[in-house]
Design a protein. Structure first.
Length: 126
């Protein structure tokens, strides 16, 4: 069982790295969107939002799998996974907790203005 858990978190980490690269490329493309009609601009802007949500979920799964590998079986949701990952120094950026707020604002209570604000801040950070 330990071998499977060891392999799983490593596979997810590899996938996460690939998805981060795609998210960064998508954010860079967003910066250069111009010359499209408004419908096309909206479609182009939606894709990084979806990629962010997917990448966030994958990051949390990497953390959970690694923590399970390390023997921490009490990890529940994404907030627990990030807090535990910070406490064991698997990650070192406390701003990761803000990504939960961003994801929830986008997913659970969709507000286009909030989504645009969040996306703009992520695009600037890329």
């Amino acid at each position: 069982m330990t071998d499977i858990v060891d392999i799983r978190w490593r596979q997810r980490l590899d996938n996460y790295k690939k998805e981060c690269s795609k998210l960064i490329r998508a954010a860079e493309k967003i910066k250069s969107v111009s010359g499209y009609d408004s419908d096309m601009q909206e479609l182009v802007r939606e894709r990084p939002v979806q990629r962010f949500e997917f990448t966030h979920e994958l990051a949390c799964n990497v953390m959970k799998n690694y923590e399970t590998y390390q023997g921490a079986n009490e990890v529940g949701g994404s907030r627990d996974a990030i807090r535990k990952a910070l406490s064991i120094a698997f990650v070192d950026n406390p701003l990761l907790l803000d990504t939960i707020i961003d994801r929830n604002r986008k997913s659970h209570n969709y507000d286009e203005s909030a989504a645009n604000d969040i996306q703009d801040s992520h695009v600037k950070a890329a």
